[in-house]
Design a protein around this ligand. Structure first.
Ligand code: ADP
Length: 201
């Protein structure tokens, strides 16, 4: 088995994150936990690229629809539809507008449990219920009911891969091999070294 410290995940600072000058804040959250940045670039994605990104996982449409329905019902509200696929078709159309509205910053973060750690620091999809202390909980006040009313995507600053399998597909979708750096950070010796050798003089 490959050592867990080599796990990678994809993060995208979405156009609202860039416009709100939060690129540095987002980077610092992942940096300070001990993850390593191994690739970064700014691009304005095309609608085709965004659609391909969200449909890499054949289950994404169903899961996202179900999550939205649950989000409504948990608050005692009526969802716009009981059909998860119908909901996600609308979400996807809005997402294409949202993510092509301006430059985004795509990054690959590497380290132990990178996917889960990044999701934890990022917070839940809907900022109204994202935990305090997470990026989405601390910097956005959006909700499904408001975004649906205005027929747009929920704005939540960042995208982060949902699983190791998704991360592998998404990384290939956004980066070529040559754009990904292989290097050692000095702090890895403290984070991963078994014996913490070489500190005492
Ligand atoms: P996450 O980004 O947390 O993995 P999803 O993959 O379920 O969440 O959804 C992708 C993105 O689509 C979300 O980050 C959000 O911007 C948008 N979105 C999801 N569900 C809705 C919804 N019901 N209404 C508006 N936008 C949504």
């Amino acid at each position: 088995m490959e050592h867990p410290k080599y796990e990678q995940t994809l993060v995208i600072v979405k156009p609202d994150g860039v416009q709100r000058s939060l690129i540095g804040e987002v980077i610092s959250r992942y940096e300070r936990v001990g993850l390593k940045l191994v690739a970064i670039k700014m691009v304005i994605p095309t609608e085709a690229h965004v659609e391909a990104h969200y449909t890499l996982d054949p289950n994404w449409m169903r899961i996202t629809g179900e999550k939205t329905i649950k989000g409504y019902k948990d608050k005692g509200l009526l969802p716009p539809s009981e059909d998860p696929l119908e909901i996600t078709r609308v979400v996807l159309a809005s997402l294409k507008k949202y993510l092509t509205a301006g430059p985004v910053v795509a990054m690959i973060w590497e380290g132990a449990h990178a996917v889960k750690i990044v999701r934890k620091l990022t917070g839940g999809t809907e900022p109204l219920t994202s935990d305090v202390g997470t990026i989405r909980g601390d910097y956005v006040l959006d909700s499904y009911s408001m975004s649906d009313l205005d027929v747009r995507s929920v704005r939540n600053i960042v995208h982060a891969s949902g699983s190791v399998e998704e991360a592998e597909m998404e990384i290939k979708h956004w980066f070529t091999e040559t754009e990904i750096q292989k290097y050692r950070l000095i702090q890895e010796q403290i984070i991963y070294d078994v014996n913490l050798d070489g500190i005492k003089e």
